[in-house]
Ligand binder design. Structure first.
Ligand code: MSP
Length: 676
């Protein structure tokens, strides 16, 4: 990979893990994946980040309901999200989880920068909080959330404030200087009037929430979900060391329109406060509606992507989502329109043209790409303008930009880009119908005309494959191979298409049907039946069966989750436990808890407060400086009212279970090193 490739960094929102993906989420992710593939084909070194937003009260409650620890809950849910993106051919380069250590480290670092620069102060807050949207909302007690319509809760708590009010002018200046920062125009206007109306300081930590990233030295404060979540974009590309990766600032944050304010107001303000570069653009797309309402779990009108992929294939879903809705506006989803598009554009359009052309090449030219020839008859317009149209679509010279596919992709006019590619497909179809190659084949004297016609159709198909690859990665790769191409399609330059590069003589492969036609009623029935089955499936996170024998041992909660002695775990289960070398910095007894010591432990990336049940066997002062093994990804909990964020490993010796700290007496180990 040449070192001088320009870099491009784009992101999807990171999705909440208290639910599973529906096609609304799928939409954002597929759009991003399309841009990612397109940018690669334009020669960029691209990083695309997606991931999961795993903290907050919602997760605490869902995990409790499922009867599992929060870490287990989010671990399983994140795995589900990831698996779905794989099935949809989404090639995320970074999958960031807000429970990743590197992310916690970045959030804590960002907070410190903001605080050191004077933009953070302590205070108290009372307000109506929507636990579903994870946001305080501007309503009276007893009123429902204005965004999602669900009940709000009155919350009073000590917290840290971010001085958002100080950023009104800097933000307005930034928007004025960077008119494309917020897209589309309507969203930009909405944000401008919000900021012009004045900004109130923002509470960025919570003391009422347990499941979150701790604010170092300020426990039990944890970060408020948006300060936490937005920072994921930075954690994914190096965090505090972002300069080393070269991918910050982001080129594009792609989000749904309901979260534009967080991205176009709060996020740039946090970054300004920390003295960091701002992203180049935030693009807010519209919603997929079902029966005219936003598809959402709470309304019970969601459509899952799997049944569609199963019945029609992943490209059908990708095509439909990008073709049917004008990007930026809301769009309606219907199975009927989906199958209609599939049959008319994919099966009868691209699929049929490919099959027609390749079958004739097989039949008349022994399966080899024929010679392009010159118009053998010199007939005016012999090629039906196919070549000119294809070249116009692939144009990259800055002229007639409105017609070029590159311009349309660059401006995220996906529907329009596909429409134009499909005009090429129809043009070639009519060209074949008017030239009647099957009739030309009857006449030996018309051999060169036959050759020219089929070459033209095949070359146009090559153009169509390259131009539509970002949207249809699966089927265009098949078509590419059918055309006898061996170099990877994903590595073709979309801006380097030159007519006539399809080599005559190359052997094509037998034409597998790209999109088999399907009867509409049958397809819908199958998808709906699968959808109903999916809805019936138990959540991927269900309560573990109660253990028949429970042996209370030192270590409490952690030990209670241990598997029965005979049961083996896989290495991947072991890998979930993150243990690191820590160094004890302070140690003190806890009044009223004679077995516990309160420790602060340096784990390399942060200082943690951890309680350990070792007070009867270890003198606090003798522990200072001692290196210990720490489980760092254990969900924080309170022991005798004191927050404990991690666990120190100790052997349990003798019948009374005397704790003996695990340590590293023989060699000097680095603080933060991982135990494996
Ligand atoms: N976790 C936050 C985002 C944090 S980003 C730092 C969040 N998560 S979410 O799971 O609710 O996902 C929201 C995103 O999913 C929307 O912004 C949008 O991109 C996508 N969509 C969810 N439902 C949608 C539709 N019905 N239609 C289109 N996109 C939708 O908010």
């Amino acid at each position: 990979m040449p070192a001088n490739k320009p870099k491009f960094y784009l992101t999807t929102p990171i999705y909440y893990t208290n639910g599973l993906p529906h096609i609304g989420h799928t939409y954002s992710t597929i759009v991003c994946d399309t841009i990612r593939r397109y940018k690669r084909m334009r020669g960029y070194d691209v990083v695309m980040t997606t991931g999961t937003d795993e903290h907050g009260v919602n997760v605490e409650r869902s995990a409790k309901k499922a009867g599992v620890a929060e870490s287990e809950f989010v671990g399983k849910m994140a795995a589900e999200w990831r698996a779905l993106w794989d099935e949809l051919g989404v090639q995320g380069d970074e999958f960031i989880r807000t429970t990743d250590l590197k992310h916690a480290h970045t959030v804590q670092w960002l907070f410190k920068q903001c605080r050191d620069n004077g933009f953070v102060y302590p205070g108290h807050y009372t307000g109506q909080y929507c636990i579903y949207d994870n946001a305080y909302v501007d309503v009276k007690p007893g009123e429902n959330c204005p965004d999602c319509g669900r009940p709000t809760e009155t919350v009073t708590e000590a917290n840290f404030y971010f001085k958002l009010s100080a950023f009104q002018k800097p933000l307005l200046d930034w928007y004025a200087k960077h008119p494309n920062f917020i897209q589309p125009e309507a969203r930009r206007n909405e944000v401008l009037s919000f900021v012009e109306g004045g900004l109130r300081d923002l509470s960025i930590t919570r003391t009422s929430v347990r499941w979150g990233i701790p604010v170092p030295g300020e426990e039990p404060h944890v970060f408020y979900v948006w300060f936490d979540a937005l920072t994921a974009y930075l954690s994914a590309v190096g965090g505090p060391q972002y300069e080393k990766t070269g991918f910050w600032p982001a080129d594009l944050h792609l989000v749904g329109k309901e979260i534009i304010r967080f991205h176009a107001v709060y996020w740039p303000a946090f970054l300004m406060a920390a003295g960091l570069p701002l992203p180049k653009q935030v693009w807010a797309h519209g919603w997929l509606l079902m029966d005219s309402a936003k598809m959402s779990k709470s309304l019970g009108n969601v459509v899952r992507p799997r049944p569609i992929v199963h019945v029609l294939g992943m490209d059908a879903l990708r095509y439909y989502l990008l073709r049917e809705t004008v990007f930026g506006q809301d769009g309606n989803f219907s199975y009927d329109a989906l199958v209609q598009r599939y049959n008319s554009d994919l099966a009868n359009g691209l699929g049929n043209l490919a099959s027609r052309t390749l079958t004739m090449i097989e039949k008349y030219f022994d399966g080899r790409i024929p010679e392009p020839g010159a118009s053998p008859s010199n007939e005016e317009g012999f090629y039906g303008g196919v070549r000119e149209f294809a070249e116009k679509l692939a144009r990259n010279d800055g002229t007639e930009v409105g017609h070029s596919i590159l311009w349309r992709y660059d401006n995220l006019h996906f529907s329009n880009a596909l429409e134009a590619i499909w005009s090429l497909i129809s043009l070639v179809d009519s060209f074949l119908s008017s030239k009647k190659p099957w009739a030309l084949a009857e006449d030996q004297d018309k051999r060169s005309q036959l050759s020219a016609v089929l070459y033209t159709a095949a070359e146009a198909l090559r153009f169509a494959a390259v131009l539509s690859y970002p949207v249809l990665p699966d089927s265009t790769i098949k078509l590419w191979k059918q055309l006898g191409q061996s170099s990877p399609l994903s590595e073709q330059r979309i801006d380097g298409l030159v007519w006539g590069q399809l080599k005559p003589g190359v052997t094509i492969s037998r034409a597998e049907t790209l999109f088999p036609r399907i009867e509409k009623a049958e397809a819908i029935e199958r998808m709906e039946a699968m959808e109903r089955e999916e809805q019936k499936q138990p959540s991927p996170v269900t309560a573990p069966a109660a253990s028949p024998v429970s042996t209370p041992v030192a270590g409490g909660a952690a030990a209670a989750a241990a598997p029965a002695a005979a049961e083996k775990i896989g290495i991947e289960d072991f890998a979930k436990v993150e243990m690191r070398v820590g160094q004890i910095k302070t140690a003190e007894r806890i009044v009223g808890a004679d077995k516990l010591l309160k420790l602060t432990v340096d784990i390399g990336t942060e200082i943690r407060q951890i309680c350990a049940g070792i007070a009867q066997y270890y003198e606090p002062e003798k522990l200072i400086g001692r290196k210990v093994a720490v489980v760092v990804n254990l969900a924080p909990r309170k022991l005798r009212g004191v927050e404990s964020n991690g666990m120190i490993i100790a052997a349990s010796v003798g019948p009374e279970g005397r704790p003996v700290l695990a340590g590293f007496p023989d060699e000097d180990v680095e603080i933060g090193a991982r135990l494996k």
